[in-house]
Design a protein around this ligand. Structure first.
Ligand SMILES: O=c1ccn([C@@H]2O[C@H](COP(=O)(O)OP(=O)(O)O[C@H]3O[C@H](CO)[C@H](O)[C@H](O)[C@H]3O)[C@@H](O)[C@H]2O)c(=O)[nH]1
Length: 672
């Protein structure tokens, strides 16, 4: 995955280090023409790599991120060095995505696939054939082709961006200034003509009269470029090339591209880009439509996680944009937390593939487990589902073979504290071996972004409150808790051993509640272990009364105090974690508490539920349950700071939503 231009990076870095940057710019004015003027987040790797030149810089970014970054403007030889160098040997495909920088091909996208070397180049636009063929000869790359790309452009710091139709004057897409534009508003009236589009990266507000919006950056019309396969394997250069690969008429070529008036499409594409009036098209949709057939659509999807190049003019700025969402494998996706998270992920535009062995999820025997079928019904989006066990290596590998997975969100685990004391081996096998199998399959398939479903249980008995992420971990009493703790340790070791891993471990406090629709919720097998489903089942008449474990804790009413968090808040936390992983090249292990920071007692929850349901909850005060602590609640400020996430649904909402689910589904999904 590559962002082009010597100026990879963005303004957060620039803002922090303006002085250094100016110095850097002066020093490298010729070599690195691109300036850094956007306020988009600058991926960490780019920051770290910024003082290195040439292929060194590229290689460093690659090592740090597993993502190839080619930074080039006038130093196009760098492509050659980078491809030929040892550290890039795993590259199989190169996508030349974008042309902005004067005198250079401004953006290059690589994606890793296999360990066989670069095999394919794709390019957006139709003006690079000579260069690509030369690149093909130099590298032995077998296939050079041009997809029918429709190129999109977005702005960063500007309050709006625009994508113009081929006439160059009408607004096609408008998005309000965010750097992460999954969904854009499409003005269907001016998007109906098929085929070609021009990009404008508009760095100033649209109402700025000085900004000429009709000026195209380049023409993204497809061409029929193809190069002959080369028989020769890639050769390492004996010495650096004297001439640039792309030193011929590039600048002219670029300029003509930049300034030329678009030609009408040579042939009518099979379908219009925007052949309906849907005003909420997302980029994936656009690309699926644009590419006309599935392989190209799939290729396009691979190109979507990149930051687009920058220009030295200051007029066109580096942009992070996404034309289609990544594909996330969700293990345990049919469970309580999994299904709610899948729903939020779909709403956020992710493609989701679920795997679940259904050991704790209801299925009527239909293709989809009931919870996921309802998630599809609520979202109107498709979920791919595999009934499979993550401890089964072959099954897991088969899923990775079948799909191009970008990230993994791992919920699949056994979770009952008491049961884990009775059958610890099953817990260790399922929770830890399963995770190892998954991680191995990920690494084998070059997938290194992982969101882990952890728990406040890793803190053991709190030594201080609220519990921050700095609180020591590992003092867990149950085998279940230990599996969460050990897995976190494995993940930390993994991140230390290989800098490509980016892991977010989310430490949940006490998830409760249900989706507002009342269609999905918590449906435990047998007698509930946890408080909220127990209360709900008493309210609905399935159980006679609640046992309140302990009334002599040093708390306001003697009952245990916990940090209950609404399941939808929790699910949104996962989406934020995925967003972080997909947008930032930073790697390593990160743990965040997901809680509200507020503690409620057992009796608070009972009374809250009575209020929401209008039902009396019968309860009996009994002895403490072994292993229960008096009070536990989170400091969740780190998640707010780093993920931009905060829980905002309170106890009333938690109880209301649980009741809606339980009263509409008194016997859970089976509804017997
Ligand atoms: O029938 C019940 C069930 C629970 N409780 C009380 O309700 C509170 C919450 O208990 P839960 O079982 O709902 O939740 P825990 O805090 O014990 O455990 C939860 O949070 C832990 C982390 O703190 C782990 O993640 C664990 O898996 C998860 O269930 C505790 O004071 C408990 O004693 C009752 O009084 N009666």
């Amino acid at each position: 995955l590559v962002q082009g231009g010597g100026g990879t990076g963005g303004g957060s870095w620039q803002q922090q280090q303006k002085q250094q940057q100016h110095q850097h710019q002066r020093q490298h004015q010729r070599r690195w023409q691109t300036t850094f003027q956007s306020d988009v987040d600058c991926p960490q790797a780019f920051n770290r790599a910024r003082w290195l030149d040439g292929s060194e810089r590229v290689e460093l970014a690659y090592k740090l991120t597993g993502v190839a970054t080619l930074a080039l403007d006038q130093q196009s030889d760098m492509i050659y060095y980078a491809i030929a160098s040892e550290s890039m040997k795993n590259l199989v495909s190169l996508h030349i995505s974008h042309v902005i920088n004067i005198g250079a091909l401004g953006g290059f996208v690589y994606w890793l696939d296999d360990k066989t070397g670069v095999e394919r180049i794709t390019v957006n636009g139709d003006r690079r054939s000579a260069k690509l063929q030369r690149l093909s000869q130099f590298t032995g790359i077998r296939d050079v082709w041009t997809p029918k790309a429709k190129v999109l452009a977005v702005s960063t710091s500007a309050p709006q961006f625009s994508l113009h139709s081929s006439e160059g004057s009408e607004k096609a897409l408008v998005c309000d200034g965010t750097t992460n534009c999954d969904h854009v508003h499409v003005d269907a009236d001016c998007c109906k003509r098929p085929g070609d589009f021009q990009c404008l990266i508009n760095t100033t507000p649209l109402n700025d009269a000085t900004n000429d919006l009709s000026r195209p950056i380049f023409n993204a019309r497809p061409s029929s470029l193809s190069a002959k396969p080369s028989q020769n394997p890639p050769k390492k250069p004996a010495k650096p090339l004297k001439k640039s690969l792309f030193d011929d008429d590039l600048e002219d070529d670029y300029l003509s591209c930049f300034l030329s008036k678009p030609k009408p499409p040579e042939q009518k594409p099979k379908s219009s880009l925007f052949d309906d009036d849907d005003l909420d098209l997302d980029f994936k949709y656009i690309f699926d439509k644009a590419s006309g057939h599935s392989e190209e659509a799939e290729q396009h999807q691979k190109l979507l996680n990149f930051d687009i190049g920058s220009s030295s003019s200051g007029r066109y700025l580096p942009v992070r944009f996404r034309m289609a969402p990544p594909t996330v494998l969700v293990t345990g996706g049919a469970g309580y937390i999994g299904s709610h998270t899948v729903l939020e992920m779909l709403n956020a535009g992710y493609n989701v593939i679920c795997v679940d062995n259904l050991c704790n999820a209801y299925s009527s025997g239909a293709k989809l487990p009931e919870a996921l079928s309802r998630v599809q019904e609520i979202t109107g989006k498709k979920v791919h589902f595999y009934r499979a066990d993550i401890t089964d290596r072959d099954q897991v590998r088969a899923i990775f073979q079948e799909h191009k997975i970008d990230m993994v969100c791992h919920f699949a685990a056994l979770k009952a504290v008491g049961e884990s004391c009775r059958i610890p081996l099953q817990y260790y096998h399922n929770n830890m071996t399963g995770t190892n199998v998954l991680l191995e399959a990920m690494a084998d398939n070059n997938v290194f972004k992982f969101v882990y479903s952890s728990s406040a249980t890793v803190y053991g008995e709190p030594k201080f409150l609220p519990v921050t992420e700095e609180h020591p971990t590992g003092n867990c009493t149950s085998p279940y808790g230990k599996t969460k703790y050990f897995t976190e340790e494995i993940l930390k070791d993994l991140c230390k051993s290989d800098k490509r891993w980016a892991v977010v471990s989310l430490r949940y406090f006490n998830p409760v509640g249900a989706h507002i629709s009342g269609r999905i919720g918590e449906d435990p097998n047998g007698e509930p272990n946890n408080l909220m489903p127990y209360i709900a089942q008493v309210a609905v008449g399935r159980r006679a009364s609640l046992n309140v474990y302990g009334s002599d804790f040093p708390t306001k009413d003697g009952t245990g105090v916990r940090d209950y968090i609404h399941i939808v808040d929790l699910a949104e936390g996962h989406v934020k974690a995925l967003d972080k992983l997909r947008n930032i090249a930073e790697t390593g292990f990160f743990a965040y508490n997901l809680g509200t920071g507020v503690g409620y007692s057992v009796l608070d929850m009972v009374h809250g539920f009575e209020k929401a349901s209008g039902k009396k909850i019968a309860y009996v005060l009994v002895d403490r349950r072994s292993g229960d602590v008096a009070t536990c609640y989170a400091d969740a400020t780190l998640a707010e700071k780093k993920l931009g996430w905060k829980a905002y649904r309170g106890i009333d909402k938690m109880c209301e939503d649980t009741w809606r689910w339980q009263s509409q589904n008194p016997n859970g999904y089976a509804n017997k």
